[in-house]
Design a protein around this ligand. Sequence first.
Ligand SMILES: [Zn+2]
Ligand SMILES: [Zn+2]
Length: 186
Amino acid sequence: MARDEPSGWTAASGVLEPSDLVAGYAARVQPVKGVCRNTGCRRTVELDPKALCDMGYGRIPMRKLQELWRCHRLEGCGLSFHKEPAQNPLRLGQLVGRPNVRVRLSCQGAGCKFFRVWTVEEMIAGLEKRGQGDERTDCDTLGYKMTAGCPVCKKVNWKSDIAWVNTESAGWKAQGERTFGPQGNR
Ligand SMILES: [Zn+2]
Ligand SMILES: [Zn+2]
């Protein structure tokens, strides 16, 4: 893994996202459950990512395996999978000490483009100061822990993501942490 992401996550798009590979589901300890909604079927499917890895399917995208579980009925299949929470979510502590990573909180107010970035260390310190969390905090929960209004549109509607710059890229080699712009050094 050239980019050295936490196990089960990929930064291919510049933002840390859950890997769709079976091995990613196994690393996140994320169950995969679906149900067929066709009348008269109601078949339920539960895939075990860890067992699938042991069988050698770790590098296969989960959605490919999900397709194989569709019902073979003349009237088609209504199988759909729902997103189950990961039992081993991405925690802030896993991102400490990486200069190429920032927590980004973006305002979700209609048409509003405001966002702000923090280093992971700043985010942890802020959570601890407000008694809202620490390095064990699940990165997915950061948006709704933010109770301050947006300075532009005044809404309280934040979405968090983890911005990740590939340190092998020409941009990082030339600019380093300045890649994140002036807000990066707030
Ligand atoms: Zn079915
Ligand atoms: Zn806003």
